[in-house]
Design a protein around this ligand. Structure first.
Ligand SMILES: NC(=O)c1ccc[n+]([C@@H]2O[C@H](COP(=O)([O-])OP(=O)(O)OC[C@H]3O[C@@H](n4cnc5c(N)ncnc54)[C@H](O)[C@@H]3O)[C@@H](O)[C@H]2O)c1
Ligand SMILES: [Zn+2]
Length: 369
């Protein structure tokens, strides 16, 4: 069965299809969305995903009459670079991609962000299609934020460029390494914590089957997570206000990723700890303790970390957060829960309040060994 959602952005609206085996229908779904096999197409993926899924996707596109050029990038965050972008532009030119061509991103957030930014910049913008293959990519493939990294900072060279469609075949996720599965669920849980308390309970109830990648339940989880993202993005495409709530757990999470060295702590792991930190801050500001208890419990159910590893230096974590543009004159902006399923933006947190929570989370890390 195929579930469908629409990202409602006027002339830039697009569908998200979610279901088992739907990649087999890729050619007809592209045609249905106005992508005809007239101009050459560029399929971008990474070497891990290519080993499992490239042949199927390429074959189905070719059966639909598409002229497919393939570009395989090395897996990993370091691929989101200007150097990789330059290579893609070269491949696109050599393959004769024109303004009617389409770039298809087959992979996780790294491939989606890179291929999406290539599509945004090639010939001032051509169309692109997202074929997410990670759980985390239910977040990154929707909403049109595309980017590469600069050596000094993540995602700072980028654009808003919405895809033509998102085709999410849950079967492709069966080959994910277990740690990527757990990490990906952190963003799914985030969408529940932001907007949908019932979804948090549902996730809690089905954690074991979800971790085992039961495809029916996984499809429902991705659909519900995407639905929250879609609702937020449809109201605030360019993050002038509301969209910032999607950053729950990310201020602390990004700092932990940066201090540990990218790839040591995965994105989902960092934000899981960050969301527990946000819940603690909320409790200190007078919100009920159960916000913290439930937040911590749901991440533990998904075998995600909830404390800061003891070896990470508190000063370094604080310094990494200071680089964040959300800091002004000793005051910090944080997205914090006001209840399970509801968040608000707080602009007046002091660095002392944040440091105290970072220290507590580290102290617990020491106790856990
Ligand atoms: N654009 C956005 O709105 C947005 C939102 C969140 C995150 N992101 C970005 O997303 C990136 C992280 O995405 P990610 O977690 O998907 O990482 P990723 O793309 O690096 O994928 C994680 C790992 O899993 C492998 N993999 C992917 N699919 C697989 C499959 N089906 N089978 C086996 N292996 C598979 C990849 O090769 C990689 O080694 C970061 O760069 C982050 O900045 C972007
Ligand atoms: Zn994230």
């Amino acid at each position: 069965m195929m579930k469908e959602l629409t990202v409602d952005l006027g002339s830039r609206s697009y569908p998200i299809y979610i279901g088992e085996g739907i990649v087999l229908k890729i050619a007809s779904l592209l045609e249905k969305n106005g992508i005809k096999p007239t101009s050459p197409l560029l399929l971008i993926t990474d070497d891990h995903v290519a080993a499992f899924h490239l042949n199927t996707v390429k074959e189905k596109l070719e059966q639909g009459g598409y002229q497919v050029n393939v570009h395989i990038v090395p897996a990993g965050e370091s691929t989101k670079s200007l150097a990789s972008l330059e290579q893609i532009i070269r491949v696109a030119l050599e393959a004769g991609l024109d303004r009617n061509s389409v770039i298809v991103a087959l992979g996780g957030g790294v491939v989606g962000d890179l291929a999406g930014f290539a599509a945004a910049s090639y010939m001032r913008g051509i169309r692109f299609v997202q074929l997410p293959t990670t759980i985390l990519a239910h977040d990154s493939s929707v909403g049109g934020k595309v980017a590469v990294n600069h050596p000094l900072a993540k995602n700072v060279i980028g654009a808003f460029h919405q895809p033509e469609l998102v085709l999410y075949d849950t079967e492709l996720l069966l080959t994910l390494p277990p740690r990527e599965v757990r990490s990906g669920y952190a963003e799914v849980i985030k969408h529940g914590l932001i907007r949908d308390a019932d979804f948090v309970s549902w996730l809690n109830e089905h954690a074991d089957e979800l971790l085992a990648l039961d495809l029916d339940l996984l499809g429902h989880a991705l659909y519900t997570g995407c639905k929250v993202k879609v609702a937020v993005v449809s109201q605030d495409e360019r993050e002038t206000g509301l969209r910032a709530i999607l950053n729950l757990g990310h201020t602390i999470g990004h700092a932990l990723e940066a201090v540990a060295g990218y790839g040591v702590i995965l994105h989902g792991e960092g934000i899981a700890i960050g969301m527990v930190g946000a819940a603690r801050l909320a409790v200190q500001l007078g919100r009920p303790e159960r916000i913290h208890t439930i937040t911590k419990q749901i991440f533990q159910r998904f075998q995600l970390p909830v404390v800061i590893p003891a070896q990470l230096d508190t000063d370094a974590i604080m310094a990494a957060m200071m680089h964040d543009k959300k800091f002004k004159e000793g005051r910090m902006t944080f997205v914090l829960p006001v209840d399970i399923g509801e968040v608000d933006i707080y602009e007046e947190l002091t660095t002392e309040q944040v440091r105290a929570v970072v220290s507590e989370l580290k102290q617990e890390g020491l106790l856990c060994g």
